[in-house]
Write a protein that binds this ligand. Structure first.
Ligand code: ZN
Length: 304
């Protein structure tokens, strides 16, 4: 048996998780407080390198629960970047951007004050949170410190509904017209998608809008799963999208499914049901060449 000293709470969590998976974890053995740490007793050959590596990973809470608006976390690292202070947390519900969905913003509360999070960005396995209004100020925040974090939920929920609307659009266009997506982008409440869709016309756009709203009314459940890479590669729907572009070193693939309509490899945040989108409007469309056509959509009732 080895005795492994584990100092940080983040590392203790990782040790417990890996230990349970590997079947050697038996609970904390004598919390001998050496330098504020705890010691674990492990069998020989336990993957210390893996533990050290995972210590630097931010746990992505939005993967399991897109509706999580606030959470507690520990500061794992901090640095100055472009004159702004930013922190990496051991866990986060802030979506760091990607797949056309912009990053979340919100707030971080320390023991002494509430700070604005103006940006979240993923770098490697960590998510960094940029704290605004901290230029030239002395902020008492340090590695190992506990913080409470809140998302700007109005913005995030609008993005979840918009993102789900994008799946409805691309599911309908693929199912009924056989046109695949070539790109897309979104903001809270509105977005655009590009399709390889030579035959698109004004009449078709009106028809597509009706069909999208029928899928909202159908109240389809939206579910996500994490699959081993090889298993994901057996699913025809995923192969048609860009799953083959995923880096080879990613061992697992997260999938998002609008049941009976659309299935994609996807790391973003969505509503639990298509009904939460409420209403979709196709507000414009544009030809980007003989083949490529762009469709603009908004969610909710028209304000005009
Ligand atoms: Zn998605």
């Amino acid at each position: 048996m080895n005795r492994v000293l584990v100092r940080s709470p983040a590392w203790q969590r990782v040790a417990r998780r890996i230990g349970r998976e590997a079947g050697w974890y038996r609970g904390l053995i004598s919390p001998s407080r050496i330098g504020g740490g705890f010691s674990f007793v492990t069998p020989p050959g336990v993957e210390l390198a893996r533990m050290r590596n995972e210590e630097k990973m931010t746990e992505l809470l939005y993967y399991d629960d897109a509706y999580l608006r606030e959470f507690d976390a520990t500061v794992a690292a901090m640095q100055k970047k472009d004159g702004m202070l930013r922190v990496a947390l051991d866990r986060t519900a802030f979506y760091p951007g990607g797949g056309g969905q912009p990053n979340d913003i919100g707030w971080l509360t320390t023991a002494s004050r509430r700070l604005s999070v103006s940006k979240a960005k993923r770098e490697g396995d960590q998510v960094w949170h940029t704290l605004s209004g901290t230029d030239g100020e002395s902020i008492s925040i340090a590695r190992g410190q506990k913080v409470h974090a809140e998302l700007d939920w109005t913005r995030r929920y609008a993005l979840m509904r918009t993102h789900t609307a994008m799946h409805i659009l691309c599911g309908v266009v693929w199912r009924d017209y056989g046109a695949s997506v070539t790109g897309g982008n979104m903001e809270p409440g509105k977005g655009r998608m590009d399709f390889a869709f030579a035959a698109m016309s004004r009449e078709l756009v009106t028809e597509i809008e009706e069909k999208c709203n029928a899928e909202i009314a159908a109240a389809r459940p939206v579910t996500s799963r994490v699959l081993p890479r090889q298993e994901a590669f057996q699913i025809p729907d995923l192969i048609r999208t860009k799953i083959n572009l995923l880096p080879k070193q990613i061992p697992q693939v997260r999938t998002v499914e609008l049941e009976g309509l659309d299935l994609q490899a996807d790391g973003g945040t969505h509503t639990r049901n298509t009904s939460e989108v409420e209403k979709m409007r196709v507000v414009d469309y544009r030809s980007k060449g003989a083949i490529n056509k762009r469709i603009y959509v908004e969610i909710g009732e028209s304000e005009g």
